[in-house]
Design a protein around this ligand. Structure first.
Ligand SMILES: Nc1ncnc2c1ncn2[C@@H]1O[C@H](COP(=O)(O)OP(=O)(O)OP(=O)(O)O)[C@@H](O)[C@H]1O
Length: 260
């Protein structure tokens, strides 16, 4: 078991606002975390620190055993897979799906010759197949549906074989079928022992895939609960997190929540 993330009293202050407040949190490589909390709770900021693209104002964050602030983030970042809508916006709509996935390897190999070309292309094809995108390899990214684009973002993030995979609201804006297909794929990936640690931000307990193991509940920049799903995700902890009476039900590894 390897520790991939260690926050010790992490606070983030921006524009005079305390966005994260003394957050201490630890993630091991065999864990798959969901981060839940209301709008503005600090979920994305937490993910940005885990991605080594934001830094604590005070406290200490270690990512893949490298302390942020005194490590070379340019060596660290290629070891992290990060899929978010903000990053997807940077992908040119005219780029072919296979290229969107394959170019993720550039930052790791740092070169582009015949040998790497073939290895990367084979790996990209394999990743596309895993995420049920092989039939779309030659399509332009901009012509894909939302659900397909989300899967391409994840395929790109796993292309480099990252040691930690970060997903910012991967199921947002998907229709029921696309959401369920994505959750199935994510659940399968999460259940594989060879997969990296996964941290996924979401707004809905319905979007927690089977195979996820832990939850971090945030409200107002503070931890309300953190730990194994069976213990930390409850009617009580959700009620406290969202500040209204919520009833949680679990059915065969999937969750639903509603106000009562
Ligand atoms: N530069 C900044 N200056 C002041 N406040 C900021 C700044 N950046 C972010 N914030 C605030 O920090 C809070 C936390 O933002 P963050 O994006 O981490 O929350 P979130 O939980 O991901 O929210 P959402 O669910 O709405 O995406 C928000 O209230 C946001 O307005």
């Amino acid at each position: 078991m390897v520790n991939v993330l260690q926050f010790t009293d992490v606070s983030v202050v921006r524009g005079g606002n305390t966005i994260l407040d003394q957050v201490s949190w630890s993630v091991d490589d065999n864990q798959r975390w969901v981060i839940l909390g209301p709008n503005g709770a600090g979920k994305t900021t937490t993910l940005q620190i885990a991605a080594a693209i934001a830094y604590p104002t005070t406290g200490q964050a270690e990512v893949l055993e490298e302390p942020l602030g005194s490590s070379d983030v340019f060596e660290l970042r290629p070891r992290i897979g990060f899929a978010s809508t903000a990053m997807a916006r940077k992908i040119p709509g005219a780029e072919k799906v296979i290229d969107v996935v394959m170019t993720a390897a550039y930052s790791v190999t740092g070169r582009w010759n015949e040998e790497y070309d073939e290895i990367d292309e084979r790996r990209a094809q394999r990743v596309l197949t895993e995420w049920r995108l092989d039939h779309l390899a030659d399509r332009k990214f901009g012509t894909l549906s939302d659900g397909e684009q989300k899967r391409v973002q994840i395929a790109r993030a796993v292309m480099t074989d990252p040691e930690i995979l970060l997903l910012d609201e991967p199921a947002a804006s998907l229709d029921l079928g696309a959401r369920e297909e994505l959750l199935q794929l994510l659940g399968g990936y999460a259940s594989e022992a060879s997969s990296p640690a996964i941290i996924m931000v979401t707004h809905h307990v319905e979007e927690i895939p089977r195979g996820f193991t832990h939850v971090l509940l945030l409200a107002g920049g503070r931890i309300v609960a953190a730990g194994p799903l069976a213990e930390a995700l409850s009617t009580e902890s959700l009620t406290e997190t969202f500040g209204l009476n919520i009833e949680l039900t679990e059915n065969d590894g999937r969750y639903t929540a509603r106000a009562v």
